[in-house]
Ligand binder design. Structure first.
Ligand SMILES: C[S@@+](CC[C@H](N)C(=O)[O-])C[C@H]1O[C@@H](n2cnc3c(N)ncnc32)[C@H](O)[C@@H]1O
Length: 226
């Protein structure tokens, strides 16, 4: 099925959020990093400003700035309404109100949009739909990150997850996935299967992190080459 803009709901997080979701240390920030499904997050833009090395891959990067901006404007109200109807599923300590949440997300996405054309020219934003094989060589990256993509969309199925993770681990010495919950804020039903499969050849760990917005969503999955 073609990846249609009308089926996407762009929603992006910022560098501070990535740091606390993935427990990124100063040493981690200096690694060669790839973000899988980074979408309209400002992680790549902010890291580039700090002269760090990040490549982001996502099928939404085939669209133009104008198309993405229009889609963000079309969908932001719908996303905020869904969160408003499910306020109990979130923890309102760091982000205290719906208004603050919307402001943080829109600021991250507008930072991304400002950086997008330049980043595409610099091959920092690559249009790519996983699990298809990328053109990168084995172990091109020290660290691979998946924020709110793998495990969260459990309806994509176990085969999709296993193939996608196989490609991610071909590229990266270590992969970190946050959260390990599904969209209902329950532990992703795929987690045990994924852990079992990769534990055969990799070190697989669940790591506690500081970040928590989805209730009980304060853990990441970390998979490392032995
Ligand atoms: C909820 S957004 C998360 C964006 C960003 N990582 C963040 O946390 O702010 C999920 C992203 O996964 C991307 N995505 C969906 N299917 C994908 C696939 N098959 N390969 C790569 N990215 C995909 C979507 O386009 C979207 O940008």
């Amino acid at each position: 099925m073609a990846f249609e803009l009308s089926n996407t709901v762009p929603w992006g997080r910022n560098l501070n959020e990535y740091r606390s979701m993935f427990r990124l240390t100063e040493e981690d920030l200096n690694k060669r990093i790839i973000g899988f499904g980074d979408g309209p997050a400002s992680f790549n833009a902010q890291m580039t400003q700090l002269r760090k090395s990040v490549v982001s891959i996502d099928p939404i990067y085939r669209f133009t700035v104008a198309e993405l901006e229009q889609r963000i404007n079309q969908t932001k109200g719908i996303v905020m309404e869904q969160i408003k109807n499910n306020v109990d599923k979130f923890v309102w300590t760091k982000i205290r109100t719906l208004e603050e949440l919307e402001a943080i997300r829109l600021a991250a996405m507008s930072h991304f949009l400002e950086d997008f054309e330049k980043g595409k020219q610099e091959f920092r934003y690559l249009d790519h739909e996983l699990p298809a094989r990328t053109t990168f060589e084995d172990l091109s990256f020290e660290l691979g990150l998946s924020s709110h993509f793998l495990l969260l969309y459990s309806q994509l199925g176990l085969d999709f997850h296993l193939s996608t993770l196989t490609e991610m681990l071909r590229l990266c010495k270590q992969v970190r996935i946050f959260p390990i919950l599904n969209l209902n804020a329950e532990q992703s039903e795929l987690l045990v299967h994924v852990m079992k499969r990769f534990a055969l050849n990799f070190t697989v760990e669940i790591v506690n992190v500081e970040y928590q917005f989805q209730r009980n969503g304060n853990q990441m999955l970390q998979i490392t080459h032995r």
